[in-house]
Design a protein around this ligand. Structure first.
Ligand code: AMP
Length: 497
């Protein structure tokens, strides 16, 4: 199956895809579309960036267009997603894919006034994209009738449960007819998702697209061992040294995201934060400025970052290591979109070494150490044979812990995307100790991390992706003073013992 026309989709959909420049189906589309076209349920393991939206949107639009309702315009397809951003993106894609079809869709989510949403529902829609809370809210007020839903999509099911929506999902499932086509997409398969799939899906076709395969292969990953108090300066050095103009920084808490974004702005790096406590308007504005290139660095928490689909992201910084290894994969997958390369820098302090062990087990290999940086802190390195997970004094994330891979239902992949036959159980010890020593000798110890001319520990050959157009736009505006500040910082650093 190599083209969209082979999939039997309506001509009007093919026309829309053609205008979008889609030539061939992505793997998740090639597997999911035929199953949905034949009326089967699907359990898909795939995340944002794989083309999964079109995988479910196209066959559903096709079915809806083939069979118009006898009267009125009842909601015939319901797409449930955990975040507003994702909901908005799905709705936008539906409009694009269905633009030649007489199919109406709308999106409802919380955090904004409900009256425009109610108005849209009154006009009648075929497809409703919704987040669970607002959907139940409007249903309770009598604005939503789900009794004629024929297609039900649960997107990002793992995130949905993580965010505490499982009861809401159950309630919604009780509102849709029993006879319907179901599709569930999840990036990971923890036990709870298996249970939910068992309840929701009828003999599903299983589609397993490991997103790690295409993405991590093109991402250069580095780990920096550092003390908590030095993380900020190391981040600033890396951002400035590599002229980052489209990067995401992940922090564990919303408060940290806010504070860090402000600190970056103070040193002249255009930044903003995006997290669940910000109003929808503020989040949309931050994302728009980031996409436009006015904001170089977006500091985000995990949940808020889901659904951010910006193709130019060159750098991902894990300011805090996630306590769930699969989250690491999601985070770094924000870069290296659309065939590009990307860089991922992760900071590991003494309390996070166990998280690193878990991440490396999931990756099936160890991450290159960025040793030649002025804040290197050897004690943060995992001890030989250290077990994955929390060490004494580790911060615990706000979400439930799900295990570290082994026995947690999570699949393991190496960088080529193959499932590991040995269970991926290499410890967090070190790879290539000799090579590291050689690197150390070869490198000038005074070099700065991420310095353009002399980046330490960069494996030979590959150049970092640099998007200087965004930079140059801003540079004229503010960089003279930034350079001064940066020089002052370098001076301060040189004074360090
Ligand atoms: P998604 O995983 O649905 O968020 O899609 C990720 C990105 O891939 C979106 O920007 C889509 O527009 C794009 N995309 C999806 N399917 C295709 C395709 N077959 N060819 C080219 N781009 C695609």
């Amino acid at each position: 199956m190599s083209t969209f026309s082979d999939l039997g989709l309506d001509e009007r959909i093919l026309e829309a895809l053609h205008s979008e420049g889609y030539r061939t189906p992505t793997p998740v589309q090639a597997e999911t579309i035929p199953a949905l076209m034949s009326g089967r349920d699907v359990m898909g393991i795939a995340q944002t960036g794989t083309g999964k939206t079109a995988a479910f949107a196209l066959p559903i639009l096709h079915h809806l267009a083939m069979k118009q309702p006898a009267s009125g315009r009842p909601i015939r397809a319901l797409m449930l997603t955990p975040t507003r951003e994702l909901a908005a993106q799905i709705a936008e894609r539906l409009r694009v894919y269905g633009r030649h079809l007489p199919i109406y869709s709308t999106v409802i989510f919380g955090g904004v006034g409900q009256s425009p949403q109610v108005k849209a529902l009154r006009r009648g829609v075929d497809v409703l994209v919704a987040t669970p809370g607002r959907l139940l809210d409007l249903h309770n007020q009598g604005h939503v009738d789900l009794s004629e839903v024929q297609h039900f999509v649960l997107d990002e099911a793992d995130r949905m449960l993580d965010m505490g929506f499982s009861k809401d999902v159950e309630r919604i499932l009780a509102l849709v007819p029993r006879k319907r086509q179901n599709l569930m997409f999840s990036a990971t398969m923890p036990k709870a998702i298996g249970t939910l799939a068992g309840q929701m899906l009828h003999r599903p076709v299983e589609v397993d697209i490991s997103p790690e395969a295409p993405t991590t292969d093109r991402i250069e990953q580095y780990i920096a061992f550092v003390q908590k108090g030095d993380k900020r300066q190391l981040l600033i050095d890396l951002i400035e040294g590599q002229m980052v103009s489209c990067g995401i920084v992940f922090t564990r808490t919303k408060h940290a995201a806010n504070r860090l974004a402000k600190q970056l702005v103070k040193v002249g790096i255009p930044s903003d934060s995006i997290h669940g406590d910000k109003s929808q308007t503020a989040r949309t504005r931050a994302l728009a400025s980031f996409k436009k290139g006015d904001v170089f660095v977006l500091v985000a928490t995990d949940i808020a970052s889901r659904g951010i689909d910006v193709e130019d992201i060159t750098h991902v910084f894990n300011f805090d290591l996630p306590n769930e290894p699969e989250v690491y994969i999601h985070r770094i997958g924000r870069t290296a979109r659309a065939g590009r390369e990307g860089l991922a820098y992760s900071f590991c302090d003494e309390t996070e070494s166990g998280y690193l062990v878990g991440i490396q087990q999931l990756l099936g290999e160890e991450i290159e150490v960025l040793e030649d940086q002025p804040y290197h802190f050897e004690k943060a390195r995992p001890k030989p044979g250290q077990r994955p997970g929390r060490v004494k004094g580790s911060p615990v994330g706000g979400r439930s812990r799900r295990g570290t891979g082994r026995g947690s239902g999570m699949r393991r992949y190496n960088r080529g995307g193959q499932k590991r036959s040995d269970g991926g159980n290499r410890s967090g010890g070190q790879r290539g100790g000799d090579r590291r020593n050689d690197d150390r000798k070869a490198n000038n110890r005074t070099s700065r991390p991420g310095q353009k001319s002399d980046r330490p520990n960069r494996p030979s050959g590959r150049r970092p992706p640099q998007h200087n157009d965004r930079r140059s736009k801003q540079q004229g505006r503010s960089n003279a003073s930034n350079r001064q500040k940066s020089r002052r910082q370098n001076q301060r650093r040189d004074d360090r013992p």
